[in-house]
Write a protein of this length. Structure first.
Length: 640
């Protein structure tokens, strides 16, 4: 996950250096793997200044070139050869000075050097907008404001944004932190614990208002279990066009390509607040919106123009003619926003995480929206995010709010209670923290303290913290904010030595493994998950004995192995394909079976030989490995 530091500072006013903030986030459990520099224009226009064209004459040796003298603000005009047809005396132009670095359209760098062009010296380059990353036009040089002073840095003229991007290795349980707001919440808790009192600044939606009620689209949620909350509103009279520079820069900084102002706003709010949104072209909605499942086998074409076959459990956003969108996963080809769109229906919803995860996996789709829905988003922010996005759309695309906000939320997802025991907290942390410190940490995490007793605290956990539902989870929260590094430890190490029968198997394995290793074998460890198709390759295995996964990673890893044979053959095949054919491998592992009497695990030792017995040399000819070679290794000699 990428987090923009400039964007993060919109939520928390902080002047810390990026490495200090990265260290604190890592201590809080949001591990910052790398901090990257970002510039809205690659190179930051460094070395490019405003020049004043003093003279411009025809090049004596080239019809399409001109020789100019340009004032760069230092009182010493320089000569520059220019090939643009629109260069003229009196212009203010961007000039790449000697030693500055430019980038071509593929991102490759080249340095401006002093040179000669058709026997005329050139001390720089007068640039077109595409040559310095300020546009795509190459029709001629870029002409700047006539009032600019020669020598002014072009970076100051165009306000180039410099940012630092945190690449966070987010763990799957931290669904609450999958946004700039979520990261800011954690950062605030860490700052408060560090003695820096800061306020969490959230975007305001107080200006949201209904302009008129001229475009009402009814919504019916037929499957409330899969769509516990569904919000929507219509916006009319918008103009679809490229987004303003500030919005494009925000998205580019975290690796997203801007599309148009409507789609960009939905992506912006997704990464700002963690709430996925979807915009439908209102003119393409037939009748009311229906949130429901479709019959198995229904065909649906998604935005990537792939026709998909729906499962009967796939939740769909439909109109009265058919499906328009795979809920929480991917939009449809025929209902999305286009350049001709003038009216939209904006959707903000909370979908069942398990349903979204299964649907995304069934169709092989992984989107920013599904990534968040399937981990569990904040059900309380649905309407707020909708209003936030609607206001931004009005800001960048115009239009009016033309309906009431629809909010179908029949069964509210409540915050949940947890009791925290002080004694257990001290025992697990290994150090007793004061009650005031604990309450301060909990308050910084938006965990409410409802009651206080000598034994502990009665707490209410916010609904967006799907990973904090037990007392032990609360203790973990306290510990990570307090700081693992702040826990005292003693110099005394306590340990016990176990003499248990449970270790006998490992002792035997070590003896056998050492013996096999002395015979030239190498131990291998294969995945216990395998392809269900392998059972059909031998009569010794039965398909009805397969132990299948409920939520497989892929079709090839959907079954627990009934035999260690095929995983060993996979290892041999992998090696042979890489010209390593002389192999002696062994594996200690288990096979898994689903018998009528129940599930069963069986321990095995497998050995594999392939290729030649020994490496070829001048005293020994190559001899292929065979059964008798293996038998000689396993059977004791008559002298033993």
């Amino acid at each position: 996950m990428k987090i923009s530091y400039n964007w993060l500072k919109q939520f928390i006013k902080i002047d810390w250096k990026s490495d200090e903030t990265a260290a604190l986030l890592t201590d809080l459990g949001l591990e910052v793997e790398v901090v990257e520099k970002y510039q809205s224009v690659k190179g930051g226009l460094e070395g490019i200044v405003v020049g004043h064209v003093l003279t411009c004459v025809q090049h004596p040796n080239a019809d399409r070139l001109k020789v100019t003298t340009v004032d760069l603000g230092d009182g010493i005009p320089v000569q520059i050869v220019c090939g643009a047809s629109n260069v003229a005396v009196g212009q203010k132009v961007p000039v790449a000075t000697i030693g500055s670095t430019l980038y071509d359209k593929d991102g490759n760098a080249f340095v401006i050097k002093k040179g000669k062009i058709r026997d005329e010296e050139s001390h720089g380059m007068i640039c077109a907008e595409d040559e310095i990353g300020l546009g795509t036009s190459h029709d001629g040089i870029m002409v700047l404001d006539a009032n600019l002073k020669p020598g002014t840095s072009v970076a100051k003229v165009f306000k180039i944004e410099n940012d630092e991007i945190f690449e966070i290795g987010l763990t799957p349980n931290r669904a609450d932190a999958m946004s700039h707001l979520g990261t800011a919440r954690d950062l605030r808790a860490g700052l408060i614990q560090s003695g820096v009192n800061v306020e969490l600044i959230t975007p305001s939606v107080s200006n949201f208002r209904i302009d008129k009620r001229t475009l009402k689209i009814d919504v019916k949620v037929e499957n409330g279990k899969l769509a516990p909350r569904y919000c929507g509103v219509t916006i009319s009279g918008i103009t679809v066009k490229p987004s303003p520079e500030w919005l494009q820069n925000r998205l580019k900084s975290i690796g997203l390509n801007p599309k148009n102002n409507i789609v960009d706003v939905t992506n912006y709010v997704l990464h700002e607040l963690g709430q996925p949104l979807h915009a439908f072209d209102a003119s393409k909605i037939n009748g009311k919106i229906l949130v429901k499942t479709m019959p198995a086998g229904t065909k649906f074409t998604t935005l990537d123009e792939v026709e998909r076959t729906l499962h009967e459990e796939d939740l769909m956003i439909c109109d009265e003619k058919g499906p328009m969108c795979i809920a929480g996963v991917f939009g449809g080809k025929n209902s999305g926003v286009s350049e001709s769109t003038t009216n939209i229906f904006l959707e903000s919803a909370y979908f069942n995480p398990v349903s979204v995860r299964k649907t995304a996996k069934r169709h092989g789709l992984s989107t920013d929206a599904s990534f968040r829905f399937e981990r569990g988003i904040d059900p309380t922010i649905t309407e707020f995010a909708l209003k936030r996005a609607a206001l931004l759309i009005q800001e960048v695309a115009g239009g009016e709010i033309t309906s009431d906000v629809i909010d179908i939320y029949p069964k509210k997802i409540e915050d949940f209670p947890v009791f925290l025991n002080f004694a257990k907290t001290a025992r697990l942390i290994g150090q007793e923290l004061s009650k005031e410190i604990i309450k301060k940490i909990l308050a910084s995490l938006d965990i409410k303290v409802n009651s206080v007793t000598d034994a502990g605290l009665g707490l209410t956990i916010p609904a967006y913290r799907v990973d904090v539902q037990r007392e032990i989870d609360v203790i973990e929260e306290i510990l990570r904010v307090y700081g693992y590094n702040n826990i005292n430890f003693t110099k005394k190490l306590n340990a016990t030595v176990s003499n248990s029968a449970r270790t006998e198997d490992y002792k035997l394995q070590n003896i056998i493994g050492n013996q096999l290793n002395s015979l030239g074998f190498h131990e291998m460890m294969a995945n216990s998950l395998t392809s269900p198709e392998y059972v059909s390759l031998t009569e010794m295995l039965k398909e009805e004995h397969n132990v299948t996964m409920l939520n497989p990673l892929s079709a090839d890893l959907s079954t627990m192995r009934q035999s260690l044979l095929f995983s060993g053959l996979e290892a041999i095949s992998y090696n042979i394909n890489r010209r390593n054919s002389d192999l002696k491998l062994f594996e200690f592992g288990k096979s898994y079976h689903n018998f009528d009497t129940g599930y069963e695990e069986q321990k095995h030792l497998t050995l594999f030989l392939s290729g030649d017995r020994n490496a070829e040399n001048w005293t020994n000819a190559q001899k292929p490995t065979d059964f008798f070679c293996l038998k000689a290794m396993l059977m004791p000699s008559s002298r033993d």
